[in-house]
Design a protein around this ligand. Structure first.
Ligand code: FEO
Length: 156
């Protein structure tokens, strides 16, 4: 059998970068995760379910860690719009958890649609919202990036 070619559903680009290494590194990991998922779309429910069982908890755990990291940094730097950003994270978590709950209740998990949803989210949230929010750090008063560095050190 011929080996299936690996497809990059999303290719990391500098235009996604928000300029904070810790956040960019986590975003890159998310891009890798979504690409991995996309390459496990088989169209075969049994095969896909095996993969979903293995990956879904890792995904949700990783996303939660990422959101907590971002929210702590935003709070430390007192970035305006923190509450709106936190709300956007919460909405995303609800959508993902709903999909998992439906799956656990016996509904087919559409891995293809899920990866497309994650792609759209990366293109809109990471490439636009995160970038815009963290971009504000460049125009913050001098002491704020210092607070941010302290918060980042605590994350590492
Ligand atoms: Fe990178 Fe706001 O999530």
């Amino acid at each position: 059998m011929m080996k299936k070619e690996y497809t990059e559903l999303i290719k990391w680009s500098d235009r996604f970068s928000c300029g904070i290494k810790l956040i960019d590194d986590q975003h890159k990991e998310l891009v890798i995760l979504v690409n991995e998922m996309f390459n496990h779309v088989a169209g075969n429910e049994i095969q896909e379910n095996e993969y979903i069982n293995e990956i879904i908890h890792k995904t949700i755990k990783y996303i939660k860690i990422h959101f907590v990291t971002e929210e702590k940094l935003m709070l430390a730097a007192k970035i305006p719009g923190y509450a709106a950003h936190k709300k956007a994270h919460a909405r995303f978590i609800i959508t993902v958890v709903d999909a998992i709950n439906d799956y656990n209740a016996g509904k087919r998990f559409n891995l293809y649609a899920f990866t497309k949803f994650l792609k759209e989210w990366i293109l809109s949230h990471i490439a636009l919202m995160d970038k815009q929010y963290f971009g504000q750090i460049k125009i913050l008063p001098a002491e704020k990036p210092g607070q941010m560095r302290l918060a980042m050190q605590k994350q590492l």
